[in-house]
Design a protein around this ligand. Sequence first.
Ligand code: HOZ
Length: 428
Amino acid sequence: MNFSRSRALFEKAQQLMPGGVNSPVRAFRSVGGDPLFIARGEGAKIFDADGNQYLDYVGSWGPLLLGHRHPAVIEALRRALEIGTSFGAPTELEVEFTERIRRAVPSIELLRLVNSGTEATMSAIRVARGFTGRELVVKFEGCYHGHVDSLLVKAGSGVATLGIPDSVGVPAAFSATTVALPFNSAEAVEEAFRRHGERIAAVIVEPVVGNMGCVPPAPGFLELLRRLTDKHGTVLIFDEVMTGFRLALGGAQHSFGIRPDLTTLGKVIGGGLPIAAYGGRAGIMSRVAPLGPVYQAGTLSGNPLAVSGGLAMLRTLEEHPEIYGQLEQRAGRLCDGVAAAARAAGRALTINRAGSMFTFFFTPDPVTDYETAKRSDTAAYARFFRGLLERGVYLPPSQFEAAFLSAAHSDEDISNTIEAVKGTLAEG
Ligand code: HOZ
């Protein structure tokens, strides 16, 4: 494969942006080699600047549930461009969009649109603190809630990929308001509530973690969080930036039957455009300005272009609920095929999957939390990643990021991917 154009662009980009990228995991640091510069996408495929094509299992890190350039999204964006790109004022589009989100996720009674998952989680935490008058926040090791100062403690995603313990630049006083606990540990959560109970403003959790690779909750874990937060008057925040509208129209909270107090959404609700949201119980959300004293604002919030893309996405999902069954079936076939290939090649692989998000962990042991995820052989993952790339399959360039399937991936794409995996594993 020829990567000369990507290489030349990377040379130049490194003079312009830290590490040559605008978000760290893209730099391919943990898998070696230079990052690909992407020229375009179509359906399940992306094409790099050298014209190489790949089956895309990153999907812009989750948003592209319908694949690249879905006709409904593209058409909506065309229409939106005709009316204007930003007003900094309310629009009818926002009303339909927020109404659809609320219908799909009934725990959300009032919501606010923002521009990124980071903004959504940062704002949700602020509201939870404003509502409870408390400061402590419980998060889980290996979960990533954007680059919010106080949530960068033992964070997943790029922080895990690069092995950065806790980000420099975050004042110690901010980190001191965070209690980081092992994901899936009932004992740790019970102990934290025994010790700090009445001081904990919020528990924030990815109900299915995507940012240390895919790690589903142990049976009863989310229920325990709901029970303890109810008992102590703590706000339970589900960070569904990855799982919202991906695991089901109603997100992980629908799949697991738990009603959080607040939810953060992003990724899929924008269909590839920069938009996110936070919302939940009206009693909590009515603390947000201008109704209440918790301040949060944004000129581009509810931007008509982003809302149009998101609306087209949500309408399509509502009109085609069969997409979820199809994703489940194809993701299951892919993961089963890869598991069989690994067994045949005598390779230790643990595959975690929730619906259309999954991770191939290079470890023989179950991966249930950050500690067990970190036991994976990241060098083996890097070889796997590069072998697949050379065979036209694009996985996340990190052991600690989930891979995503889109509705545009066909049965044939799945078969081709399994063949590519067999070839790669045969190489060692
Ligand atoms: N933190 C994102 C995935 N969990 C990666 C974002 C990006 O590099 O674009």
